[in-house]
Design a protein. Structure first.
Length: 132
């Protein structure tokens, strides 16, 4: 079985500032125009974990009750900047009862992130433990 999903979000200055407050990551390349420019970027870059967390939203739409995310891997291929809009695409694949989401993030037509989200049926795990 193969099912496709997508979502879109914009990395706003507000999201970057809120993430900095929540994470404690106040690296100036995320928050300050001059610091970003001195590091070779045209504008402040989004925190990688902010981008990863927002991309994970797609799993909340897809994941069914009783299913948990067991692993989440992400590769950051290009920087994501303040005010960039990302289009996240996921393909859900099932293989021998295990399911995973193959995730790609595009900024325009440019691939900026990719990863994999693996799901696990918690009810199966619970049944196995109680039947032993």
């Amino acid at each position: 079985m193969c099912v496709r999903y997508n979502c879109t979000f914009t990395i706003t200055e507000e999201k970057i500032n809120e993430y900095a407050l929540l994470s404690g990551d106040f690296n100036p390349i995320h928050l300050n125009q001059k610091e970003a420019e001195s590091a070779g970027f045209p504008t402040p870059i989004a925190h990688g974990m902010l981008t990863m967390g927002l991309a994970l939203d797609i799993a909340s739409v897809i994941t069914e009750k009783g299913i948990m995310i067991s692993t989440y891997e992400m590769q950051f291929l290009k920087p994501v900047f303040r005010n960039d809009t990302l289009h996240i695409f996921a393909v859900k694949k099932q293989n021998n009862g295990a399911s995973s989401l193959i995730v790609q993030g595009l900024k325009g037509k440019e691939l900026v992130l990719r990863g994999k989200i693996c799901e696990e049926d918690t009810s199966v795990r619970y049944r196995k433990k109680t039947n032993q």
